[in-house]
Design a protein around this ligand. Sequence first.
Ligand code: 26Y
Length: 820
Amino acid sequence: MTNEMFKKEAFKKSVKDNVKFLYRKTIEEATQEQIFQAVSYTVKDVIIDNWLETQKAYDEQDPKIVYYMSMEFLMGRALGNNLINLCGYGEVKEALEELGFDLNCIEDQEPDPALGNGGLGRLAACFLDSLATLNYAAYGCGIRYHYGMFKQQIKDGYQIEVPDNWLKNGYPFELRRPEYAKEVHFGGYVRAEYDAEKGATRFIHEGYQAVKAIPYDMPITGYDNDVVNTLRIWDAEPIVDFELDSFDKGDYKKAVEQENLARNIVEVLYPNDNHYAGKELRLKQQYFFVSASLQEAIAKYKKKHDDIHKLYEKVTFQMNDTHPTVAVAELMRILMDEEGLGWDEAWEITTKSVAYTNHTIMSEALEKWPIELFSRLLPRVYQIIEEINRRFIAEIQAKYPGNYEKIKKMAIIYDGQVKMAHLAIAAGYSVNGVARLHTEILKNQELRDFYEMMPEKFNNKTNGITQRRFLLHANPLLADWITEHIGPDWITDLSQLKKLKVYADDEKALQEFMNIKFRNKERLAKYILEHNGVEVDPHSIFDVQVKRLHEYKRQLLNILHVIYLYNQIKMHPEMEFYPRTFIFGAKASAGYATAKKIIKLINSVADVVNNDASINGKIKVVFIENYRVSNAEIIFAAADVSEQISTASKEASGTGNMKFMLNGAPTLGTMDGANVEIVEEVGAENAFIFGLSSDEVINYENNGGYDPNVIYNTDEEIRQVLMQLINGTFSSDTELFRDLYDSLLTNKNTDRADRYFILADFRSYADAQKRVEEAYKDEKGWAKKALLNTACSGKFTSDRTIQEYVDDIWHLDKVIVRKK
Ligand code: 26Y
């Protein structure tokens, strides 16, 4: 696939010109970073034309628009992805070679825009890619954090967080749009005023602090269709620049406060994943981007349409978890206070416009704001939520007369808190989970009362990932091989991959497939040597667990099992053992002590195991520093085994599991999240499943947990592993890992022992690992499994997910931009 716009000679000239104009340098004098900037500007030129065309098509065709509202967009690098989607990657690579540059190295100059934590943020990025590729009009709405996800350094085995100043050199793929600035108001008070003419009360918000929201647009290119959608992220600026004379007016304090508010609000992404901390600044961030985005959406709608009552026919807002849920009340406020509608009209529009996606069932991730904080920061919005709550409770009472338990469980405001999930469900016209099992658990456990009251709202949308980034860009060798065998249609229709099934017993094809895997393993080995200084053998099994560090994801189970294997090899040196490289990558939230301790443990085990000559390099343990989207692409392509070992019922879906599968790595996992559907697609014989089921886990939880001490006391080998945490085997400080040891065995006031069922699942996990080894020794058998994983991964494209959102929730129209 080629693109006229990237004719080599014209491209080279444009890069040279950009280097000259931007840096007053010749190509020979420019640094790699400057070449990156120059190339990016050339690419942006191509994009701008399509961007304008797309805008024009939207103006003419007036499609319904989805606003995907998200606190997080984990975009990853844009240059390579844009070249892929513009079908210019090949030409540009060659053109740069002729200029003496390697496109891969140029791509490496780009900072990862990491405006997200993990799964939820990366899902938002995949969705934008699919929306543009499928010709749907969509805006991403988010925050232009000045500092994204921190960079992780490992020092002495510990995680150190380093600020991510991604805007330091200027980011070429963004466009400042000051002409669309909006004002957002915080604090102050609400004054009620009776309007005798209308016979109605008006509410006037006064004494507030104001912040100016300035949008920056990032282009989202569709694949080979000339569509360019927009990710609009909001920056903050003070309304008036700090004025000295305001001191005299007595406004000095307010002027300073307003300026500080603007400075702080978008400074940094909260690095918490699935853990709510209740920070005031976070609520400010939420309201800031939600208010600005809604104002913009309504202004845009009103330019073309004069009946605000029909807003929902042209506009829909998808709330990515509860983080933007204040949108419900803010939309009500705008419709009533600014558009002059009454409550019932406003409510009808709102409840036909907002929809909610739930990404977690873990109670510690649920957002509940203290009413004191909420009402002080957003007095008018709070007032509206109180009224929504009053009416919602009345509805509950009408449906379940006298049942006060229901009110206790379902009210939006209760126990002095505003419960954002309840608000999202009460107002949303759709509530969806992100994998079949997850949605079932929502309906039958966590949100049971809501499901009972309004079953029609609930639906499932199993997550997906974009094959453009995670195969076409990440794994060019495999992408080419697939295209040679089944043609290029898989790039926009991933179900085509099933055509690869005919090669499942074709020795030549299997050999080629595994050769590609081997070359990708060499590429990763080189990366690990360069970045970790550890030599790993690409002939060993690459067993990979990369994801955020969280107790429920059970990296601890993985590393305890490594210790167990190490003990086995030490005890039985003659035992047959297929060499294995255990690869970890994970960031821990800065304040999550247990997670950080697990990182230290992994690195301590790595130190001991990697340096123990007596085991002949049979096991290597590698912790890849600063796991992020860009190195993820290299890692997925090189994996033999995909570790998806969360405690069943805890992982809503997982999306890394899909990226591994797509790249031909069988899943070693529990029946959790989307693993269930992965196994369904690929067949149980091509995965390695172990552990308690979600029903079993939930059953234990509802009945006070289980007792891990029984296992500790009866299983000698497990006991040995646990003892080694506190006997100096992995640290001269015997107390270093005491907390981890205790967490597995001792009930605390707040927590049960082994909350995540690590000991309960240990034997079953070890057995599954044994099966992995046996299967891997059968070379042809393994190749077949690997190939079938790729061949059966078609369901897990975000194109399919997005089409389901469109069909069942958003009802968007396709827009054609390319006129050819
Ligand atoms: C409230 C706050 C601190 C918070 C911040 C981030 C709460 C949650 C999150 C992030 C959640 C998240 O990433 N969830 C993941 O969403 C993925 C996409 O749906 C799922 O695949 C994954 O299982 C789920 O953990």
